[in-house]
Design a protein around this ligand. Structure first.
Ligand code: AHR
Length: 509
């Protein structure tokens, strides 16, 4: 009998420890940091078919459009609730001379897009078109100024042309070009990747240039200094040290980080991959957490009051281009893997909301980890589109501090946490995002929520039959957003089983 009691005790103990392996505790009573909606921002560069064909087809196109902008794309972006759009680059930004892109289209000069495929850019999509498009999709514009090959005067005049309500040669020209009132453009990036395609500068030289440009761009309310490439902590340190001598000149500092199936050198294919490439991508996206923590620690030294935002204005998966497409166009398909690994990154942004004030996925249409793909008149909403649609609940919500304990997802001797999560509260509704990177196993998570009386739950899920499923033109969607059954919480507790390779949203009130 004694032996039996002991075995029973051991069994119960073992069962409890197994079930308690995956837990998520949420402290609603400690929620105080806003998750800026700008964290769910996008990026559109004059690259491949992002602008031309993806957004803009011209008024005479047989593709249904409003003033030349694709109606299907406008509708999809509004439904997804796009908060912000960065333009015109990227590397293109440091070759772009904005005056080429205003005034009557027939008078605009054509240039060669030297960074992306060497194609002719006819400048038919310029400042007015970009800002008109932002108004149509109800997104805040974020303009990136040319430092690499531009002048201070050109930059200052662009800001004046766009934002000033005073009378001046620039504002007169704007009015002559059809826009009476200034636009509301808060965000201005001054240079892009000036350690690379933006001029191959040293951080010391760039920081001095930044101070010079920023001094004359007074109308730009929120100025963003070009920050580091991935883990270049010295760049962050030098740029913070030199620009923060004039704190009124800098409101944000950018960070660029892309993820791969293998590495920058061996990117892997966007589709048709195996579990090894699934695992390594899930592992690679976790670098974002380390980068944010380490760059934030440097920023803290120069900006202890947390005034300057970390602006992750380029992030996403970068795979090989699709076979038969122009290598300079960076066109890739988008699978369930993009949604699951994207959710890990978005959870990281949410959980670091005190410093991460904006993020822009690269890029919005037809380039890299796009939310929309187009092929002439056809359009596809990618798994990443559905991820953004699902995560819109976190826009301008308040982050709920949380503590996640996850079992490991092990593959060929390597381990990463299987689960990723973040949570927020808005209008009394608690929204919890959870993803399971393990493609072979459903994982049960015990949730404990303190500080809020919750009675009912609803849910949504993104998953598919196979890890490399994607949505193709003219075919039924394989990856989309579906309803997910959530049990009602009891005394602040509930247990949710997160299916293999899925992203789940639990909403409680
Ligand atoms: O998003 C594609 C390119 O990646 C951008 O133009 C550049 O800024 C980055 O290197």
């Amino acid at each position: 009998m004694k032996k039996f009691t002991w075995s029973l005790f051991t069994l119960v103990f073992l069962m409890l420890s197994v079930t308690a392996q995956n837990t998520l505790t949420l402290h609603v009573d400690q929620a105080e940091t806003k998750i800026n909606k700008e964290v769910y921002g996008h990026f559109a560069e004059h690259l491949g078919r992002c602008i031309y064909g993806g957004i803009f087809v011209g008024e005479d196109s047989p593709i249904p459009n409003t003033r030349g902008f694709r109606n299907d794309v406008i509708d999809a972006l509004k439904e997804m609730q796009i908060p912000l759009l960065r333009w015109p680059g990227g590397c293109f930004a440091d070759t772009y001379h904005w005056k080429d892109g205003v005034g009557p289209r027939e008078n605009r000069p054509s240039i060669v897009n030297t960074h992306w495929g060497g194609v002719t850019e006819d400048n038919s999509f310029g400042t007015h078109e970009f800002l008109d498009f932002c108004e149509l999709i109800d997104a805040m514009p974020y303009i990136n100024i040319n430092v690499g090959s531009g002048t201070v005067q050109e930059a200052a005049e662009w800001v004046e042309y766009v934002t000033s309500s005073n009378e001046s040669p620039m504002t007169d020209w704007r009015k002559k070009n059809g826009r009476e009132d200034p636009w509301e453009v808060k965000y201005w990036g001054i240079g892009n990747e000036n350690w690379g395609c933006g001029g191959h500068m040293t951080p010391e030289y760039y920081a001095d240039l930044y101070n010079r440009f920023a001094t004359y761009c007074g109308g730009a309310k929120y100025k963003i200094v070009g920050g580091p490439n991935v883990a270049d902590y010295n760049w962050m340190k030098v740029v913070m040290e030199k620009t923060m001598r004039y704190p009124w000149l800098v409101q944000g500092v950018s960070l660029h980080n892309y993820s791969f199936a293998h590495s920058w050198e061996v990117k892997g294919n966007a589709t048709g991959f195996d579990e090894a490439e699934w695992f390594s991508n899930m592992n690679d996206v976790r670098r974002m957490e380390v980068l944010i923590k380490r760059h934030t620690a440097i920023m803290d030294q120069y900006d202890p009051n947390n005034r300057v935002g970390l602006i992750v204005d380029e992030w996403g998966n970068w795979f090989n281009v699709e076979k038969g497409t122009n290598p300079g166009f960076l066109f890739q398909q988008n699978t369930l893997r993009d949604a699951v690994s994207g959710s890990i990154t978005m959870n990281t942004f949410n959980n670091n909301a005190h410093r991460v004030k904006m993020a822009n996925i690269a890029q919005m249409v037809n380039v890299l980890q796009a939310v929309i793909l187009t092929n002439d008149e056809k359009m596809v909403k990618t798994p990443t589109y559905y991820l953004f649609k699902m995560y819109r609940v976190h826009q301008d919500a308040t982050l709920i501090p949380s503590n996640l304990k996850s079992e490991a997802y092990e593959f060929e001797g390597q381990q990463i946490p299987a689960l990723s999560s973040s949570a927020s509260i808005k209008d009394g509704v608690v929204s919890i995002s959870l993803s399971n990177a393990n493609p072979n196993k459903e994982i049960k998570v015990e949730l404990t929520i303190t500080g809020q009386d919750l009675k009912s739950g609803t849910g949504q899920i993104i998953t598919a039959q196979n890890i490399n499923d994607f949505n193709d033109f003219g075919q039924e969607e394989k990856v989309t957003l579906k309803d997910f059954k959530v049990p009602a919480p009891k005394n602040g507790k509930l247990s949710v089983a997160i299916p293999a390779h899925s992203v789940v949203l639990v909403q409680l009130k």
